[in-house]
Design a protein around this ligand. Structure first.
Ligand code: PLP
Length: 395
């Protein structure tokens, strides 16, 4: 037998293991120090009460013969898809319920969507990048090209007409940079994709953090229905990182190479995926109820306030950053031209604050650093005070 040798081409990802090692070593040598973690990409607040109620009710249904549920529909229950369709309508985007497919999260869908595309497609990702887009395509043996996100374009990479791509991953608001595309910028990508017969794979896992007048869906921009597939998730929107639920949108008319992409993805899912559990789909529908929307906003507001706390400190210090306004991530330039890992060590040793070195997300991440707003409010304030003290004394 032969193994898939493409796995040999994966670059080992030591980022989070290396962070954990350095923090553990520091804490072991300095047990009295209170280390604050602003590197976490996971949510920390509990599910909304109405969501928990719906999940419990769903579990009770499974306990009685009359209400028991077996395998769900591959694309998810209609009432959940209808709730999501109404949610899109609430911000002015028309997506039919039968263009939505429920899944166990955006990571699986972003990683698995490649199954429907040939190996001989050129994949374009923006750099810095959420590693799933890169690694899943390396596993499939596809060629990957990079579009630079950097200070010159405020970390919103734009297409280069002299370069051809077939599959384009865009993430907005972005992980790790927090930068978000305007409608005008997305229109440029959409026109590029339509001209190149390409498909945009649009990850908007952080759309619920958008506060400014920016598109929350690529379908808010004209031309997207003929070139885009959209992935979204309840992970950050509603604290579902452990509960697991997301959704993918494929316009019914979207075709490439003589094939309908909704039908092809449906066939893929029907073959390899058996759906999301009844209690979780009940919980997901509750997120989109009127009460659910009110309750999840409380947690979102908590994280957004943390983001504002960090961003306003950077404003005070005169440090360049992206994100923070429409994203839980704040992506800052390391002071005095420091490299990402040197700044990591400085911050850990001198301020006892942990973040994520930007260099771990691609070549354009060198010299940058990611802080997140998913931590405790008081600890975030304390971390910011330490950061201010450290950086105003090092100026
Ligand atoms: N997409 C992006 C850009 C992310 O940052 C994450 C999680 O960190 C995901 C997708 C994963 O989402 P899910 O928890 O729904 O798998």
């Amino acid at each position: 037998m032969k193994i898939n040798k493409n796995f040999d081409n994966l670059v080992p990802n030591y980022l989070f293991a290396e962070i954990a090692k350095r923090v553990n070593d520091y804490q072991a040598a300095n047990p009295e120090k209170d280390v604050i973690r602003l590197g976490i990409g996971d949510v920390t607040l509990p599910l909304a009460p109405v969501v928990v109620e719906a999940m419990k009710k769903g579990a009770d249904d499974l306990a009685a013969k009359e209400t028991f549920k077996g395998y769900p529909d591959y694309e998810g229950y209609a009432f959940v898809r209808e709730a999501i369709s109404d949610y899109y309508r609430s911000f002015g985007v028309e997506i039919a319920a039968d263009e939505i497919l429920i899944s166990d999260g955006a990571k699986s869908d972003c990683g698995n969507i490649g199954d429907i595309f040939d190996k001989d497609n050129v994949v374009l990702v923006t750099d810095p990048v959420y590693p799933v887009y890169v690694d899943s395509n390396i596993m499939a043996g596809r060629k990957i090209i990079y579009a630079d996100s950097n200070k010159d374009n405020h970390f919103n990479a734009m297409p280069d007409d002299s370069v051809h791509a077939d599959i384009i991953y865009l993430c907005s608001p972005n992980n790790p940079t927090g930068a978000a595309y305007t409608a005008e910028q997305l229109k440029v990508w959409i026109d590029y994709a339509n001209r190149n017969d390409a498909i945009i794979l649009y990850d908007c896992a952080y759309e619920a953090f958008i506060t400014e007048d920016l598109p929350r869906s690529i379908y808010a921009v004209e031309g997207a229905r003929s070139c885009a597939i959209e992935f979204c998730s309840l992970s950050k929107t509603a604290g579902f990182t452990g509960t697991r639920c997301g959704y993918t949108v494929i316009p019914k008319e979207l075709e490439r190479d003589g094939h309908n992409l909704y039908k092809t993805w449906y066939r893929r899912q029907a073959t390899k995926f058996n759906g999301v559990s009844w209690p979780v789909q009940c919980a997901a529908a509750a997120v989109f109820s009127e009460e659910g929307q009110k309750q999840i906003k409380v947690n979102l507001e908590y994280y957004k306030e943390n983001a504002r706390t960090i961003a306003s400190a950077l404003d005070e210090l005169g440090i360049y950053y992206t994100g923070g306004k429409n994203s839980p991530y704040i992506w800052l330039e390391c002071p005095n031209g420091m490299k990402s890992w040197d700044f990591f060590d400085l911050l850990l040793n001198e301020a006892n604050v942990v973040g994520t070195p930007g260099a771990g997300f691609g070549k354009n991440g060198e010299g940058f650093f990611r802080l997140t707003s998913f931590g405790d409010k008081e600890k975030t304030k304390e971390a910011v005070e330490r950061l201010k003290k450290l950086l105003s004394s090092s100026k």
